[in-house]
Design a binder for this molecule. Structure first.
Ligand code: AHR
Length: 838
């Protein structure tokens, strides 16, 4: 047994595969040795309008496309079939112009349909005729030509409407009729089977004018797939500007509020803060598509909404006021993310002209004033008029979302100093990740993001250990294990728990975290893995949700120093595989390709290229990739193994990055590794793992190596089962050593209020993990204590709508705690021990 000692240790036991050898282990916790504090702000939530998280999710509105604005496009955009296309815009980092295509619907009036005797009886179309609100100009014109049988305009809700028997639903309909329409309009709640569950007549006493009608509907039965129908019984014309149906019972009984069950799930996480409004929606595909908080205020019927770049329109119903109120209800701080005049850098990357930066800065300052300003200020007055004279708990402002580069840095400095000057009490966050803060003068916090595979989190629990502490702290604003884990499974959750142990141990640096994304309507999984799933009448927490909940509910005040003895890991190997060439947004050439093994050159004459991405051609023995596509790839057969020397020449002809050299690849390109030489806008070089055909995180430290254009480089890769080395022009640039995946992790801390030592242990192996636990320096240890445990039968297991509590924290009493005790942690488990210690 090898003794490994490290402060606030993480137990990293064994293995390349998820098998484990059960052996006697020892964890020693020093109760007299206080480690880093774990800040009360540690666990928060990240909200973005993605996956119908808000509309059709948290926001309680039951009518989809209530304002008929769904097909309103951002300025300058057009639709081609099911694609929404932006105008050509200049990417400010590359200087190149391009358009961006997003998801669009071909439905003529989304969510609404006409039910008639025959198609000629009535027709509907969207118009902008005499809009009631200039900000939401669309309305629906219905022409009824034959009313011998009733004509119904039906709204399906967000994949149905979930309604409860005997409860009140507020109907609001803004309707105009032509003078020749002499009939009535009846609103009916219809069950999935077609029964009428409630109805009311909409009064439209004044023809030719907008009537703002309100009524209460009380369903006679519950239904999870109800519809709202508006029935017309006469010929003539009717225009609908707005139709809304809202439950009376919302979270904390707020008007225009949130679904009780969904908000309740979030409240159960006891979040210290809520980040809003995103995410990429902050930036927009282009600036014309950015999220505009000012448009989210006031009468919901007048809110413009905006196309969410995640494929549908966001109604702006869950607006800034509602967010701030939600924070207050949760006893959480608000985090506002502002736009610095740069659109999403993974999309058009448009930057506003310099003379407009101030406009964006003012917009951000106004948002802060709206939350914090007193009632004498311009925006404080508007807030007070909305019903909240007291300030809201805004504490954090993130300046931009996932922006980077010199232009961002320049703007960040402007925003930072202007905001700090006016609001020194606020914590300001930059978008920088762990590789440094670029050219900015200062920041309070940085915001690294990780969407990765389990291996990444399992092998990066020490990522923060040696990070400098002196200048700023860290907010891990978006992280999730979402690669190779289906819709999210127990291994994903356990890998996050392992990563959390590393973040908690480094609580002096990592002060805030938020899993992302938070919510998913089960009918619209736009993002692969999300924390909470919902339907019209159900909310399901994935295993990751319970990891978040357990970690947050059992946040210690500070860490306790510890040591761990563990078994020697089995040596890991790099799986044999194929080579390949590629590039990222760069034109490249490769030639003089040679593979040798045991001093012999492998004959590549019969070699072929397999899976391809990009535009490839071979001229005079030179393999060229001539497109500017991202992640191009061409794999070479002819040699497969993990013991070789691979040599060739490479030249970059044009573009933003350098070379992608694949190794250890599966034939279909689904998994393997890639040397990304001059990646991240030609700023550095690293090895990335390929999972499911795409890159899934870097495997080692990046090195600051870049590539010049029009220069031939001699590249040599020396591979063995244990490591792969990259040489450029004879110089070793980087090596990647196969690492054993750790499967047991722990952190330990102390809760001063309850006088308990808290141990959080992850066992991601498929066998139980037995260990001795020693509480050094404890005067007394109470035998009986609490165990909270989340377990699954396999790493693939997950909760479902049918079995939402399949993986669910179990609380029990344990009666054999002591200064020294044995404990067996089940396979695939996250366990928290709470031990009363003096
Ligand atoms: O969480 C989903 C997206 O991931 C966010 O919008 C963005 O910030 C990140 O790229």
């Amino acid at each position: 047994m090898k003794k490994i000692v490290f402060c606030f240790a993480i137990a990293a036991l064994l293995l390349t595969s998820y098998n484990s050898v059960a052996s006697k282990e020892e964890i020693v916790i020093y109760l007299q040795e206080k480690g880093a504090e774990v800040a009360p702000s540690m666990y928060g939530v990240f909200f973005e309008e993605i996956n119908h998280a808000g509309d059709g999710g948290l926001y309680a509105e039951l009518v989809e496309n209530r304002s008929f604005e769904e097909l309103e496009m951002p300025k300058g955009y057009h639709a081609e079939g099911d694609r929404l296309i932006s105008s050509r815009l200049c990417n400010h980092t590359t200087g190149e112009s391009s358009e961006w295509a997003a998801k669009w619907t071909t439905d003529p009036v989304p969510a609404w349909s006409l039910k008639t005797k025959n198609t000629l009886a009535a027709q509907m179309k969207l118009t902008k005729d005499r809009p009631l609100f200039a900000s939401a100009p669309n309305n629906l014109e219905i022409v009824i030509k034959d009313a011998s049988e009733s004509v119904s305009l039906v709204n399906d809700g967000y994949w149905g409407m979930g309604i409860a028997q005997g409860e009140k639903y507020y109907l609001r309909a803004i309707v105009r009729t032509s003078p020749d329409y002499k009939g009535t309009i009846t609103a009916k709640l219809i069950s999935e089977k077609g029964d009428v569950l409630a109805s009311t007549v909409i009064e439209t006493s004044i023809a030719n004018q907008w009537n703002d009608f309100r009524a209460v509907l009380i369903p006679s039965a519950k239904d999870s797939k109800a519809q709202l129908a508006l029935e017309f019984d006469a010929t003539g014309k009717v225009w609908m500007d707005y139709v809304s149906l809202f439950p009376e019972k919302t979270f904390n009984n707020r008007l225009n509020g949130l679904r009780k069950d969904v908000a309740g799930m979030i409240a159960d996480l006891n979040p210290a803060f809520v980040r809003w409004p995103g995410g990429c929606v902050v930036e927009g595909i282009s600036l014309g598509n950015r999220f505009e908080w000012k448009e989210t205020l006031g009468d919901p019927a007048a809110r413009s909404g905006q196309y969410s770049l995640w494929g549908y329109r966001c109604s702006y119903g869950f607006g800034y006021y509602e967010l701030l109120q939600f924070c207050e209800d949760l006893n959480a701080k608000a985090m506002f993310v502002c736009n610095v005049g740069i659109s999403c850098q993974a999309r058009t990357s448009e930057a506003s002209p310099a003379d407009q930066i101030e406009y964006y800065l003012d917009d951000c300052l106004d948002a802060i004033e709206y939350a914090l300003g007193d009632v004498t200020t311009e925006w404080g007055t508007i807030r007070a008029a909305a019903g909240h004279p007291a300030p809201f708990p805004l504490q954090y402002v993130e300046i931009g979302n996932e922006n980077w580069g010199d232009e961002y840095d320049k703007r960040f400095d402007l925003f930072y100093s202007a905001i700090k000057e006016k609001y020194p009490q606020l914590t300001l966050i930059s978008n920088h990740g762990m590789s440094g803060i670029g050219k900015i003068a200062q920041t309070d916090m940085i915001d690294p993001h990780w969407y990765v595979s389990p291996d990444f989190f399992f092998s990066n629990t020490h990522l923060f250990d040696n990070y400098p502490r002196d200048k700023y702290t860290v907010y891990v604003g978006e992280y999730a294990c979402n690669n190779r884990v289906g819709g999210g499974n127990m291994i994903a959750a356990l890998s996050e728990a392992a990563f959390i142990s590393g973040m908690e141990r480094n609580g002096d640096l990592v002060k805030m975290t938020s899993y992302a994304p938070l919510l998913e309507n089960r009918n619209n999984r736009e993002w692969p893995v999300n924390l909470i799933w919902l339907d019209t009448d159900q909310v399901v927490g994935r295993s990751s949700y319970y990891v978040q909940k357990m970690a947050s509910e059992n946040r210690p005040d500070y860490n306790l120093n510890s040591n761990i003895n563990m078994a020697e890991p089995k040596p890991a190997t790099i799986a044999p595989g194929y080579f390949g060439f590629g590039s990222y947004s760069t034109k490249v050439e490769y030639k003089d390709i040679k593979v040798t093994q045991d001093g012999k050159t492998i004959d590549l004459d019969g070699a072929k290229f397999t899976s391809e991405r990009g535009q490839w051609e071979i001229n005079n023995g030179v393999l060229a990739q001539t497109s500017m596509q991202n992640g191009t790839r061409r794999l070479l057969t002819g040699y497969k193994g993990n013991d070789y020397t691979f040599e060739f020449k490479a030249r970059k002809n044009r573009g933003h990055e350098g070379f992608l050299i694949y190794f250890g690849m599966a034939e279909d390109g689904s998994k393997g590794y890639v040397f990304n030489i001059g990646g991240w806008k030609n700023s550095r070089t690293a090895v990335e793992v390929i999972v499911g055909g795409g890159t899934a995180g870097t495997l080692n430290k990046t090195v600051p190596y870049s590539v010049e254009t029009n220069k031939w480089y001699n590249i040599k890769i020396i591979g063995t089962a244990a490591k792969t080395e990259l040489y450029v022009d004879g110089k070793l640039i980087l090596e990647y050593k196969a690492k054993s995946a750790p499967l047991q992790f722990f952190s330990s801390g102390y809760d001063e209020t309850t006088g308990e030592t808290i141990l959080k242990v992850v066992n991601a192996a498929d066998v139980p993990y037995s260990t001795k636990i020693k509480l050094e320096g404890a005067k007394s240890v109470k035998k009986a204590g609490k165990v909270i445990s989340l377990t699954a039968k396999s790493g693939e297991e997950e909760n479902s709508f049918e079995n939402p509590k399949n993986i669910y924290p179990q609380e029990s009493e344990y009666k054999r705690f002591g200064k020294e005790f044995e404990y067996e942690f089940p396979s695939f488990s996250y366990t928290i021990l709470r031990i009363k210690t003096n």
